[in-house]
Design a protein around this ligand. Sequence first.
Ligand code: ACO
Length: 208
Amino acid sequence: MNPIVVVGEGGHSKVIQDIIFAVGGYQIIAILDDKYKDVYNRDGVLYGPISVVLSIINRDRNTKLIIAIGNNQVRAEIVKRIGVDNKKFATLIHPSAIISPSARIGEGTVIMPNCVVNANAEIGKHVIINTGAIVEHDNRIGDYAHISPNATLTGNVAVGEGTHIGASATIIPGIKVGKWSVIGAGSTVIRDIPDFKKAVGCPTRLLD
Ligand SMILES: CC(=O)SCCNC(=O)CCNC(=O)[C@H](O)C(C)(C)COP(=O)(O)OP(=O)(O)OC[C@H]1O[C@@H](n2cnc3c(N)ncnc32)[C@H](O)[C@@H]1OP(=O)(O)O
C-alpha cells in the first residue's frame, strides 16, 4: 500500500477519500486541515494543520499527496505554499471513468466517477473533473480548473487555468474559455470567454 496524505477535510475531501478507496493500493496516513491546531492520531490516521505536511511526507519517499479542496484559488495557493515537486502528487482516476489511452492527465488531478475523457485530451495539474463530466477529444484543460458534475466539453474546447465550469454547462466545439473565469451552472457557451469573467445563461452573457 502506498501512503497518501489528504489535504482538506470538507465535502470535496469526502468524495476524494471514497475515490482513494475505490482506486485501491493507497493507505490514507494523514488528513490535514487548518481547522486543526494540533496533530493527533485517530485509528492510525494523523489529523493536524497543513503546516505539518512536509514532516509527514518526508518520512517515506513513497508518500503521495492530494489537495482535496474544491475552491480553485485555495487549491492553487496551497499547492504553491507546500512547494513540493509535482511528482509527489497522486493522480486519482475513479475506476468507472473512461479515459482514452491518448489522453494526458497531470499530477494532482482527480477524475471522478462516470467521467469520460476522450482522445488526445490534455488535462493539467490539480484539476477536478467532477462526477459524470465529459471532456471530449482534443480538449485542453489548464491547471487548477474545475469541470463540475455533468458538464459537457465538446471537441477542441480549451479551458484556462483556474477556470470553473458549472454543473451541467455545455461548451460547443472549438470554444476557448479564458483563465480564472466562471461559467454558470446549466449555461451554454457558444462564444469565446475572456480571462477573469463570469458568464451565465443559454447562450451565455458576461456578468459585470
Ligand atoms: C459537487 C459540487 O457541488 S461541484 C460545484 C458545482 N457548482 C456550480 O455548478 C455552481 C456554479 N455557479 C453558478 O452558477 C453561480 O450562479 C455563478 C458563479 C455563475 C454566479 O454567481 P454570482 O456571482 O453570485 O451571481 P448572482 O447569483 O448574483 O447572479 C447574477 C446574475 O446572473 C444570473 N445567474 C447566476 N447564475 C446563473 C446561472 N447558472 N444560469 C443563468 N443565470 C444565472 C442571476 O439570475 C443574476 O441575473 P440578474 O442580474 O439578471 O438578476
